[in-house]
Design a protein around this ligand. Structure first.
Ligand code: SF4
Length: 335
Protein backbone atom coordinates (compact mmCIF):
# COMPACT_ATOMS: atom_id res chain seq x y z
CA UNK A 1 0.00 0.00 0.00
CA UNK A 2 1.39 3.44 -0.97
CA UNK A 3 2.09 5.86 1.87
CA UNK A 4 -0.41 8.32 0.34
CA UNK A 5 -3.24 5.79 -0.07
CA UNK A 6 -6.40 5.61 2.02
CA UNK A 7 -7.57 2.30 0.59
CA UNK A 8 -5.67 -0.44 -1.20
CA UNK A 9 -7.74 -3.21 -2.78
CA UNK A 10 -5.56 -6.20 -3.60
CA UNK A 11 -6.76 -9.08 -5.78
CA UNK A 12 -10.33 -8.80 -4.43
CA UNK A 13 -12.62 -11.70 -5.26
CA UNK A 14 -16.32 -11.82 -4.37
CA UNK A 15 -18.19 -15.07 -4.98
CA UNK A 16 -21.93 -15.13 -4.30
CA UNK A 17 -23.56 -18.43 -3.39
CA UNK A 18 -26.93 -18.45 -5.15
CA UNK A 19 -29.55 -21.11 -5.84
CA UNK A 20 -28.34 -21.19 -9.48
CA UNK A 21 -24.70 -21.68 -8.54
CA UNK A 22 -21.68 -19.55 -7.62
CA UNK A 23 -21.62 -16.09 -9.21
CA UNK A 24 -18.03 -14.83 -9.53
CA UNK A 25 -19.09 -11.19 -9.23
CA UNK A 26 -15.58 -9.78 -8.67
CA UNK A 27 -12.69 -11.74 -10.19
CA UNK A 28 -9.46 -10.25 -8.86
CA UNK A 29 -9.73 -6.47 -8.63
CA UNK A 30 -6.76 -4.34 -7.52
CA UNK A 31 -6.52 -0.56 -7.21
CA UNK A 32 -5.65 2.14 -4.70
CA UNK A 33 -7.33 5.41 -3.78
CA UNK A 34 -5.03 8.24 -2.71
CA UNK A 35 -5.75 10.77 0.02
CA UNK A 36 -8.00 13.51 -1.37
CA UNK A 37 -8.47 11.65 -4.68
CA UNK A 38 -11.80 11.25 -6.47
CA UNK A 39 -11.64 7.84 -8.11
CA UNK A 40 -14.31 6.78 -10.60
CA UNK A 41 -15.33 3.15 -11.00
CA UNK A 42 -17.09 2.90 -14.33
CA UNK A 43 -18.64 0.17 -16.47
CA UNK A 44 -21.91 -1.39 -17.62
CA UNK A 45 -24.55 -2.56 -15.13
CA UNK A 46 -23.59 -5.89 -13.58
CA UNK A 47 -19.82 -5.50 -14.12
CA UNK A 48 -19.05 -5.64 -10.37
CA UNK A 49 -18.69 -1.94 -9.46
CA UNK A 50 -21.14 -1.97 -6.56
CA UNK A 51 -19.97 -5.43 -5.45
CA UNK A 52 -16.43 -4.06 -5.18
CA UNK A 53 -17.50 -0.92 -3.31
CA UNK A 54 -19.78 -2.75 -0.87
CA UNK A 55 -16.91 -5.11 -0.04
CA UNK A 56 -14.98 -2.16 1.44
CA UNK A 57 -17.64 -2.06 4.17
CA UNK A 58 -18.39 -5.80 4.03
CA UNK A 59 -22.03 -5.06 3.28
CA UNK A 60 -22.76 -8.37 1.53
CA UNK A 61 -24.71 -11.13 3.24
CA UNK A 62 -21.71 -12.96 4.69
CA UNK A 63 -23.56 -16.28 4.89
CA UNK A 64 -23.82 -16.28 1.10
CA UNK A 65 -20.57 -14.55 0.15
CA UNK A 66 -17.00 -15.80 -0.13
CA UNK A 67 -14.33 -13.11 -0.20
CA UNK A 68 -10.75 -13.44 -1.41
CA UNK A 69 -7.82 -10.99 -1.42
CA UNK A 70 -7.34 -7.99 0.87
CA UNK A 71 -8.85 -4.56 1.42
CA UNK A 72 -6.37 -2.45 3.37
CA UNK A 73 -7.84 0.66 4.97
CA UNK A 74 -5.81 3.44 6.58
CA UNK A 75 -7.84 4.62 9.56
CA UNK A 76 -7.85 8.23 10.78
CA UNK A 77 -5.35 7.29 13.53
CA UNK A 78 -2.90 6.07 10.83
CA UNK A 79 -3.27 2.32 11.54
CA UNK A 80 -3.73 0.10 8.47
CA UNK A 81 -6.27 -2.72 8.83
CA UNK A 82 -7.41 -5.46 6.49
CA UNK A 83 -11.21 -5.06 6.44
CA UNK A 84 -11.60 -8.86 6.21
CA UNK A 85 -9.76 -9.30 9.55
CA UNK A 86 -12.03 -6.91 11.49
CA UNK A 87 -14.44 -8.25 14.12
CA UNK A 88 -18.09 -7.14 13.97
CA UNK A 89 -17.66 -4.41 16.65
CA UNK A 90 -14.57 -3.03 14.87
CA UNK A 91 -16.44 -3.04 11.57
CA UNK A 92 -19.30 -1.02 13.09
CA UNK A 93 -16.78 1.67 14.05
CA UNK A 94 -15.43 1.80 10.50
CA UNK A 95 -18.90 2.06 8.90
CA UNK A 96 -19.96 5.70 8.85
CA UNK A 97 -16.90 6.95 10.73
CA UNK A 98 -13.96 5.96 8.52
CA UNK A 99 -15.93 5.09 5.37
CA UNK A 100 -19.42 6.41 4.53
CA UNK A 101 -21.60 5.39 1.62
CA UNK A 102 -24.46 7.06 -0.23
CA UNK A 103 -26.75 5.19 -2.59
CA UNK A 104 -28.71 5.83 -5.77
CA UNK A 105 -32.16 6.45 -4.30
CA UNK A 106 -32.00 8.62 -1.17
CA UNK A 107 -35.71 8.12 -0.45
CA UNK A 108 -35.10 4.40 0.08
CA UNK A 109 -32.11 5.07 2.36
CA UNK A 110 -33.92 7.55 4.64
CA UNK A 111 -36.29 6.37 7.38
CA UNK A 112 -39.74 7.84 6.55
CA UNK A 113 -40.77 7.79 10.24
CA UNK A 114 -37.95 9.96 11.64
CA UNK A 115 -37.20 13.64 11.09
CA UNK A 116 -34.03 14.29 9.17
CA UNK A 117 -32.55 15.99 12.25
CA UNK A 118 -33.01 12.75 14.21
CA UNK A 119 -31.46 10.71 11.40
CA UNK A 120 -28.34 12.87 11.14
CA UNK A 121 -28.12 13.01 14.96
CA UNK A 122 -28.22 9.21 15.15
CA UNK A 123 -24.86 8.97 13.35
CA UNK A 124 -23.32 11.48 15.75
CA UNK A 125 -24.77 9.72 18.82
CA UNK A 126 -23.34 6.39 17.66
CA UNK A 127 -19.85 7.55 16.66
CA UNK A 128 -19.07 10.55 18.90
CA UNK A 129 -19.22 11.62 22.57
CA UNK A 130 -21.05 14.87 21.78
CA UNK A 131 -23.78 16.07 24.16
CA UNK A 132 -27.39 16.37 22.86
CA UNK A 133 -26.95 20.15 22.51
CA UNK A 134 -23.71 19.75 20.55
CA UNK A 135 -25.36 17.11 18.33
CA UNK A 136 -28.19 19.52 17.55
CA UNK A 137 -25.74 22.31 16.72
CA UNK A 138 -23.63 19.99 14.53
CA UNK A 139 -26.76 18.74 12.72
CA UNK A 140 -27.75 22.30 11.83
CA UNK A 141 -24.20 23.08 10.70
CA UNK A 142 -24.21 20.01 8.42
CA UNK A 143 -27.56 20.99 6.89
CA UNK A 144 -26.22 24.50 6.23
CA UNK A 145 -23.09 22.99 4.64
CA UNK A 146 -25.11 21.00 2.13
CA UNK A 147 -27.38 23.97 1.36
CA UNK A 148 -30.57 22.97 3.23
CA UNK A 149 -32.00 26.16 4.71
CA UNK A 150 -33.42 27.30 7.05
CA UNK A 151 -31.63 24.46 8.83
CA UNK A 152 -33.57 24.72 12.12
CA UNK A 153 -36.97 24.39 10.47
CA UNK A 154 -35.88 21.79 7.88
CA UNK A 155 -34.27 19.55 10.53
CA UNK A 156 -37.74 18.97 12.04
CA UNK A 157 -39.22 17.82 8.73
CA UNK A 158 -39.68 14.28 7.42
CA UNK A 159 -38.15 12.81 4.24
CA UNK A 160 -41.41 13.06 2.23
CA UNK A 161 -41.19 16.85 2.55
CA UNK A 162 -38.00 16.94 0.44
CA UNK A 163 -37.36 16.56 -3.30
CA UNK A 164 -34.98 13.86 -4.62
CA UNK A 165 -32.08 16.34 -4.91
CA UNK A 166 -32.68 17.69 -1.39
CA UNK A 167 -32.91 14.13 -0.01
CA UNK A 168 -29.54 13.33 -1.61
CA UNK A 169 -28.10 16.44 0.09
CA UNK A 170 -29.38 15.05 3.41
CA UNK A 171 -27.64 11.73 2.67
CA UNK A 172 -24.43 13.65 1.98
CA UNK A 173 -24.84 15.54 5.29
CA UNK A 174 -25.27 12.21 7.12
CA UNK A 175 -22.25 10.76 5.35
CA UNK A 176 -20.09 13.77 6.28
CA UNK A 177 -21.25 13.90 9.91
CA UNK A 178 -18.25 11.96 11.25
CA UNK A 179 -15.63 13.31 8.81
CA UNK A 180 -14.99 10.01 7.00
CA UNK A 181 -11.70 9.32 5.26
CA UNK A 182 -13.55 7.88 2.27
CA UNK A 183 -16.99 8.57 0.83
CA UNK A 184 -18.41 5.92 -1.49
CA UNK A 185 -21.04 7.41 -3.81
CA UNK A 186 -22.87 4.60 -5.61
CA UNK A 187 -24.70 6.01 -8.66
CA UNK A 188 -25.66 8.85 -6.32
CA UNK A 189 -26.81 11.18 -9.09
CA UNK A 190 -28.38 8.64 -11.47
CA UNK A 191 -31.95 9.09 -10.20
CA UNK A 192 -31.78 12.91 -10.43
CA UNK A 193 -32.56 15.25 -13.31
CA UNK A 194 -29.53 16.76 -15.06
CA UNK A 195 -29.71 20.16 -13.33
CA UNK A 196 -29.91 18.61 -9.86
CA UNK A 197 -27.25 16.09 -10.87
CA UNK A 198 -24.88 18.96 -11.73
CA UNK A 199 -25.65 20.68 -8.40
CA UNK A 200 -24.95 17.50 -6.39
CA UNK A 201 -21.69 16.88 -8.29
CA UNK A 202 -20.59 20.48 -7.61
CA UNK A 203 -21.48 20.07 -3.95
CA UNK A 204 -19.50 16.82 -3.67
CA UNK A 205 -16.51 18.36 -5.39
CA UNK A 206 -16.45 21.47 -3.23
CA UNK A 207 -16.94 19.46 -0.01
CA UNK A 208 -14.17 17.07 -1.02
CA UNK A 209 -11.85 20.06 -1.55
CA UNK A 210 -12.70 21.71 1.78
CA UNK A 211 -12.67 18.52 3.87
CA UNK A 212 -9.89 16.69 2.00
CA UNK A 213 -11.59 13.27 2.04
CA UNK A 214 -11.30 10.76 -0.79
CA UNK A 215 -14.30 9.72 -2.89
CA UNK A 216 -14.98 6.47 -4.72
CA UNK A 217 -17.58 7.39 -7.32
CA UNK A 218 -19.45 4.53 -8.94
CA UNK A 219 -21.16 5.36 -12.18
CA UNK A 220 -21.93 4.08 -15.65
CA UNK A 221 -21.82 7.66 -16.92
CA UNK A 222 -18.53 8.79 -18.49
CA UNK A 223 -19.77 12.40 -18.42
CA UNK A 224 -19.85 12.26 -14.61
CA UNK A 225 -16.34 10.79 -14.56
CA UNK A 226 -15.03 13.60 -16.79
CA UNK A 227 -16.75 16.21 -14.63
CA UNK A 228 -15.47 15.26 -11.22
CA UNK A 229 -12.89 12.44 -11.06
CA UNK A 230 -9.07 12.60 -10.87
CA UNK A 231 -8.52 8.95 -11.78
CA UNK A 232 -10.81 6.21 -13.03
CA UNK A 233 -10.91 2.43 -13.36
CA UNK A 234 -13.00 0.74 -16.03
CA UNK A 235 -14.58 -2.57 -15.03
CA UNK A 236 -15.80 -5.36 -17.27
CA UNK A 237 -17.16 -8.76 -16.17
CA UNK A 238 -15.85 -8.49 -12.61
CA UNK A 239 -12.36 -7.20 -13.49
CA UNK A 240 -10.62 -3.88 -14.00
CA UNK A 241 -9.59 -3.65 -17.65
CA UNK A 242 -8.06 -0.16 -17.58
CA UNK A 243 -7.04 2.38 -14.96
CA UNK A 244 -5.46 5.82 -15.39
CA UNK A 245 -5.92 9.53 -14.84
CA UNK A 246 -9.19 10.77 -16.29
CA UNK A 247 -7.40 13.01 -18.76
CA UNK A 248 -5.38 10.13 -20.19
CA UNK A 249 -8.38 7.82 -20.19
CA UNK A 250 -10.23 10.22 -22.50
CA UNK A 251 -7.18 11.33 -24.55
CA UNK A 252 -5.53 7.94 -25.08
CA UNK A 253 -7.73 5.01 -24.00
CA UNK A 254 -5.89 1.72 -24.60
CA UNK A 255 -8.43 -1.01 -23.95
CA UNK A 256 -10.94 -1.65 -26.77
CA UNK A 257 -13.78 -1.74 -24.21
CA UNK A 258 -12.86 1.72 -22.87
CA UNK A 259 -12.61 3.00 -26.45
CA UNK A 260 -16.05 1.58 -27.25
CA UNK A 261 -17.58 3.15 -24.13
CA UNK A 262 -16.13 6.55 -25.01
CA UNK A 263 -17.30 6.21 -28.64
CA UNK A 264 -20.81 5.46 -27.39
CA UNK A 265 -21.17 8.78 -25.50
CA UNK A 266 -23.79 10.80 -27.43
CA UNK A 267 -22.21 13.92 -28.96
CA UNK A 268 -23.87 17.28 -29.47
CA UNK A 269 -24.54 18.33 -33.05
CA UNK A 270 -25.21 14.75 -34.20
CA UNK A 271 -29.00 14.94 -34.34
CA UNK A 272 -30.49 12.31 -36.64
CA UNK A 273 -27.35 10.14 -36.59
CA UNK A 274 -27.36 6.62 -35.21
CA UNK A 275 -25.94 6.29 -31.69
CA UNK A 276 -22.88 4.07 -31.40
CA UNK A 277 -23.45 0.91 -29.36
CA UNK A 278 -21.29 -2.03 -28.31
CA UNK A 279 -22.68 -5.17 -29.95
CA UNK A 280 -23.39 -8.22 -27.81
CA UNK A 281 -23.73 -8.47 -24.04
CA UNK A 282 -21.39 -9.11 -21.11
CA UNK A 283 -20.79 -12.79 -20.26
CA UNK A 284 -22.67 -14.63 -17.51
CA UNK A 285 -20.64 -14.62 -14.31
CA UNK A 286 -22.20 -17.98 -13.40
CA UNK A 287 -20.04 -19.70 -16.03
CA UNK A 288 -16.23 -19.91 -16.03
CA UNK A 289 -14.62 -17.31 -18.32
CA UNK A 290 -11.66 -18.41 -20.45
CA UNK A 291 -9.27 -15.87 -21.90
CA UNK A 292 -10.32 -12.24 -22.31
CA UNK A 293 -13.93 -11.71 -21.16
CA UNK A 294 -14.41 -9.01 -23.81
CA UNK A 295 -13.31 -11.24 -26.72
CA UNK A 296 -16.84 -12.09 -28.01
CA UNK A 297 -17.53 -8.35 -28.45
CA UNK A 298 -14.06 -7.17 -29.48
CA UNK A 299 -13.30 -6.42 -33.14
CA UNK A 300 -9.58 -7.06 -32.53
CA UNK A 301 -10.05 -10.47 -30.87
CA UNK A 302 -7.50 -13.09 -31.94
CA UNK A 303 -7.15 -16.76 -31.13
CA UNK A 304 -5.05 -16.34 -27.99
CA UNK A 305 -7.54 -13.75 -26.63
CA UNK A 306 -10.08 -16.58 -26.40
CA UNK A 307 -7.84 -18.95 -24.47
CA UNK A 308 -5.36 -16.88 -22.42
CA UNK A 309 -6.27 -14.08 -20.10
CA UNK A 310 -4.35 -10.90 -21.03
CA UNK A 311 -2.02 -9.55 -18.32
CA UNK A 312 -2.06 -5.95 -17.09
CA UNK A 313 0.28 -3.83 -19.28
CA UNK A 314 1.71 -0.42 -18.48
CA UNK A 315 1.04 2.43 -20.89
CA UNK A 316 2.67 5.16 -18.80
CA UNK A 317 2.89 6.23 -15.19
CA UNK A 318 -0.28 5.10 -13.43
CA UNK A 319 -1.88 3.96 -16.71
CA UNK A 320 -2.52 0.22 -16.97
CA UNK A 321 -4.72 -1.88 -19.23
CA UNK A 322 -5.43 -5.59 -19.73
CA UNK A 323 -5.15 -6.32 -23.44
CA UNK A 324 -2.75 -8.03 -25.85
CA UNK A 325 -2.86 -5.10 -28.24
CA UNK A 326 0.19 -2.86 -27.73
CA UNK A 327 -1.66 0.09 -29.21
CA UNK A 328 -5.29 -0.87 -29.19
CA UNK A 329 -7.15 0.85 -31.96
CA UNK A 330 -4.43 0.23 -34.54
CA UNK A 331 -4.48 -2.98 -36.54
CA UNK A 332 -2.10 -5.26 -34.64
CA UNK A 333 0.04 -8.15 -35.82
CA UNK A 334 -1.85 -10.70 -33.81
CA UNK A 335 -5.20 -9.94 -35.44
FE1 SF4 B 1 -9.80 -7.54 -27.56
FE2 SF4 B 1 -7.93 -9.42 -27.32
FE3 SF4 B 1 -7.60 -7.05 -26.16
FE4 SF4 B 1 -9.41 -8.74 -25.22
S1 SF4 B 1 -7.18 -9.05 -25.26
S2 SF4 B 1 -9.69 -6.58 -25.54
S3 SF4 B 1 -10.16 -9.65 -27.10
S4 SF4 B 1 -7.70 -7.48 -28.36
Amino acid sequence: MNANSIVSIEDLKVNLLTTRGVVCAVRGVSFEIGKGEIHGLVGESGCGKTMTAKSILRLHDEKRTLYGGKILLRESGGAVENVFDLRKEQLQKVRGKEVAMIFQDPMVSLNPLLTIGDQIGEMLRFHTDLSPKEIEAKTLELLETVGIRPAGERSRQYPFEFSGGMAQRIMIAMALSCNPQLLIADESTTALDVTTQAQILDLMKSLQKSIGMSILLITHNFGVVAEICDRASVMYAGKIVETSTVRELFDAPRHPYTQSLIRSIPKSGCAGQRLVTIPGAPPSLLEPIHGCAFAPRCRYAAQRCRTQEPPMCTAGEGHEYACYLPNAGEEADHV
